[in-house]
Design a protein around this ligand. Sequence first.
Ligand SMILES: [Zn+2]
Length: 103
Amino acid sequence: MIRYLLLAIVIYAAFKLFSADSKRRREAAEKDQQKKIRQQVDGGDLVKDPVCGAYVSEADSISVKDKDKIYRFCSYDCRDKFLKQNTPGEYVSVESNDAGNGE
Ligand SMILES: [Zn+2]
C-alpha cells in the first residue's frame, strides 16, 4: 500500500516539475513576443487597432483617414465598428487596402 502512495507522490512531483517548467517557458515566450511587438511599434512597423487592440502592420491594415489622422484596423469588421461608434460623415476619405486581404 505504501508503495502506491510513494508512486503517487513521485508522479505528482514529476507532474509539478513539468508544469512549472512549461509555464516558465510559456511566460518567457510571451515576454519575447511582447518585446518583439514593442520593437515593431516603436519602429513604426506596427500600429494598434483602436477597436480590438490587435497589432497590425501598416501594409496589411485597413485604414481610415480622419483629416490628418489615420486609423488602422485589422479587419473590415473593426473598421465598421469604429465608424459606427464615431460619427459617420466626418471622415474625408476611406481607403481600403484590398490587396491581399481576401475580402
Ligand atoms: Zn481589430
